[in-house]
Design a protein around this ligand. Structure first.
Ligand code: TXA
Ligand code: MG
Length: 330
């Protein structure tokens, strides 16, 4: 997960980083690239600036935000009673797509935590945002930079099309490498509990912790992780691999965009002229990286239906399946 040398890229954008720092210090909103998705950032010590995030996204104020920091040395600035296992995890996975839920330090504003006594903290693995955080010398709160409920943005263009003038500046760091949101692990409960699956798997976490971890313990589910989320505007359904062809035939009069992991069968190509068929990658990492981009592309056709081929029932697909379930939930 560590990125060793990114000096060249940083120098190319030194001015834009300085500009972003200036805006953030002045209480403005800046979209930042991370390895997972783009975030809509504000100064974590400025509740007035943070309030603008909720307004820009149309996000309910009870949904807590993640504090982004540049290294685990800063954990103690935001959390208290940090268990030793937290550092075992940060040593292995930070910077990277893992968010830890810890007991909050007294000064952490309740607008960040949704009034709870815990705080979510993450150290993003993107060279620009790492440099930004170091220059900013404090934490940044950042939810995904999309309108509430919509698909998260994985490019600067997505942020622009979702938020337009509601964001004061977009730091363009290219397409996100992971493509779906971080794994959220609650360390305030025993056993630790995954609140949101991500590309760091339950298995990888329990190997480091050397203990079992639980998944979606209903009592402590992340506020704000609604069953329907991450959705395109076009109705979307998930269809078993074997049933794709019959489902297309059944929906004959509809204009459909299919997102599949296989090529379009010849027979289908000949009989359905008004259909779009996107082939998504076969490996989970590549699939995750492109999924949101493809959902947005599919949406742009403004067809009647997006039909998504279901993914394998295997641990390495769990996070993707979670997002597909939410995208297709009625
Ligand atoms: O990959 C990511 O995590 C991205 C990038 C931008 O860092 N961020 C992101 O933020 O996905 P957002 O706001 O879209 O999702 C944050 C999730 C929400 O479901 C929220 O409920 C949960 O984190 N969360 C935040 N603080 C929490 C807390 N104290 N306890 C439980 N869940 C919390
Ligand atoms: Mg989000």
């Amino acid at each position: 997960m560590k990125i060793k040398d990114y000096t060249r890229k940083i120098q190319a954008t030194r001015e834009s980083i300085q500009h972003a720092v200036k805006l953030l210090k002045a209480g403005k909103l800046v979209a930042i690239p991370t390895e997972t998705v783009y975030g809509l950032a504000a100064d974590a010590n400025n509740p007035k600036a943070i309030a603008k995030i909720f307004k820009a996204k149309g996000r309910p104020s009870s949904h807590p935000l993640i504090v982004h920091i540049s290294s685990d040395k800063e954990l103690k600035n935001w959390a208290i009673d940090i268990p030793k296992v937290a550092y075992k995890l940060t040593k292995k996975f930070w910077p990277g797509p893992l968010t830890l839920i810890l007991k909050k330090a007294p000064h952490v504003a309740s607008i960040i935590t949704g009034g709870q006594n815990t705080v979510a903290i993450r150290c993003p693995n993107h060279p620009l945002t790492q440099t930004l955080l170091k220059a900013f010398k404090s934490g940044l709160v950042a939810p995904s930079a999309n309108r509430f409920g919509h698909v998260s943005p994985t490019t600067a263009e997505h942020v622009k099309s979702d938020l337009g003038k509601k964001v004061d500046y977009i730091l363009n760091g290219g397409p996100c490498k992971i493509g779906i949101e971080s794994t959220i692990l609650d360390l305030t409960v025993d056993p630790p509990n995954i609140l949101r699956p991500g590309m760091i798997s339950a298995k990888a976490l329990s190997q480091v912790l050397k203990k079992r971890i639980s998944f979606y313990d209903s009592k402590t589910r992340a506020p704000g992780s609604l069953p329907k989320h991450y959705s395109p505007k076009t109705p979307a359904i998930l269809v078993k691999s074997k049933e794709i062809i019959s489902s297309i035939n059944q929906a004959k009069r509809k204009k459909i965009v299919v997102l599949a992991r296989k090529e379009m069968p010849k027979l289908i190509r000949e009989s359905f002229k008004k259909m779009q068929w996107f082939v998504l990658p076969k490996t989970p990492n590549d699939y995750a990286q492109t999924l949101y981009e493809k959902l947005r592309e599919a949406d742009r056709f403004k067809y009647d239906l997006i039909m998504i081929e279901d993914v394998p029932n295997k641990p390495e697909w769990v996070a993707i399946k979670d997002r597909l379930n939410r995208a297709t939930k009625k």
